[in-house]
Design a protein around this ligand. Structure first.
Ligand code: LMR
Length: 329
């Protein structure tokens, strides 16, 4: 009797336990490489709060910033392997999986962020979201950061000033060609190493947005920043195609809606930070912001523009044309 009672209560406990296990929210890991006070950092946190407030019984979102979980050398592989569920790498970091996204690295392609947005929301931009689906990577949306500036240990006004200097770049052959076009030396390095490389003078400079230069303190170890606006740094918010297709359709819809709202929130922060972080850098007095005039700017354009031709075949002439057309807004 005692024995039966024991068995029954053990059974009840086991049933309760398995119910509790089944009911535990599924963990969604969102990994990224930047600080939390950036457009991407804030977008990820917004996504967490929206998902947990509307679907908290089913999903828990864990955000890992600052390359804590995976640096940018590893996060795409980790996504494909299922070790992380959401990432938002810069569009410059996908060339191993598609050559088409290299489009965004072409120097002086988009005249401003509105043009970038028009392209991304148009048919060509939207079709790129699925360009890596067969490889297990699904783009769910674009997130803005902003236009890139050139920071350096010496003042850069014209392309000749960059000659022979070493610049850290993201893992993109287009960006390598862009610096080679001004006789500089590009070095592909993960974002997490940039500050130390600059601080130790192992490299002379780098290109990045105001919010990254500010949040990662590059301005404290780079005495000059040229406001070149020579290219765009935006993100593809991506998930694993396998993870995504296994989710119930209704959940996918809700997650996608939370993501759209988070992206809109992050985009508003991107606009604000491009101004505010630039101003904070100027106010710090640690770095001199160099404004170039039209003829100086034209020299950079003339030197870097041949890169378009060199990559036209890989990227696709039609895609480049669609991007050019987005400048007419
Ligand atoms: C970089 O590597 O410089 C950027 O892509 C970092 C980021 O994610 O904004």
């Amino acid at each position: 009797m005692t024995h039966t009672r024991f068995s029954l209560s053990a059974l009840a406990a086991a049933t309760l336990f398995s119910f509790a296990v089944q009911a535990a929210p599924v963990e969604i890991k969102f990994s990224h490489v930047v600080a939390e006070n950036t457009p991407k950092g804030q977008m990820a946190l917004k996504f967490k709060s929206l998902v947990e407030s509307t679907m908290g019984d089913k999903y828990e979102v864990k955000v890992y910033p600052n390359s804590q979980l995976f640096g940018d050398g590893k996060e795409l592989e980790a996504l494909i392997l299922g070790d992380v569920h959401f990432i938002a790498p810069s569009l410059s970091k996908f060339s191993k999986y598609t050559k088409q996204l290299q489009l965004f690295d072409l120097p002086f392609l988009f005249k401003d962020m509105e043009a970038v947005d028009r392209f991304q929301q148009g048919p060509a931009g939207q079709s790129l979201l699925r360009s890596m689906e067969k490889k297990g990577i699904l783009g769910l949306g674009y997130l803005h950061n902003g236009l890139k500036q050139l920071s350096s240990s010496d003042p850069l006004r014209v392309p000749a000033d960059a000659s022979g200097k070493k610049f850290r770049i993201m893992s993109s052959d287009v960006l390598a060609a862009q610096f080679e076009a001004v006789d500089a030396v590009p070095l592909k390095k993960p974002f997490s190493e940039v500050f130390t490389l600059l601080q130790t003078r192992a490299i002379d400079g780098q290109e990045n947005t105001w919010s990254n230069i500010y949040s990662k303190k590059f301005f404290e170890v780079q005495p000059y920043i040229t406001e070149s606006n020579h290219g765009v740094l935006d993100y593809l918010v991506a998930t694993s195609a396998f993870f995504w297709s296994d989710l119930p359709a209704e959940d996918r819809q809700q997650l996608q809606a939370a993501l759209a709202e988070s992206i809109a929130y992050g985009n508003a922060i991107a606009i604000e930070k491009a101004q505010a972080d630039k101003q904070a850098i100027i106010d710090s007095g640690r770095s001199k912001v160099i404004t170039i005039n039209e003829s100086e700017r034209q020299q950079w354009v003339d030197a870097m523009k041949p890169v378009w031709q060199a990559f036209e075949k890989e990227i696709g002439a039609e895609l480049i044309q669609a991007a050019i057309e987005s400048n007419q807004g």
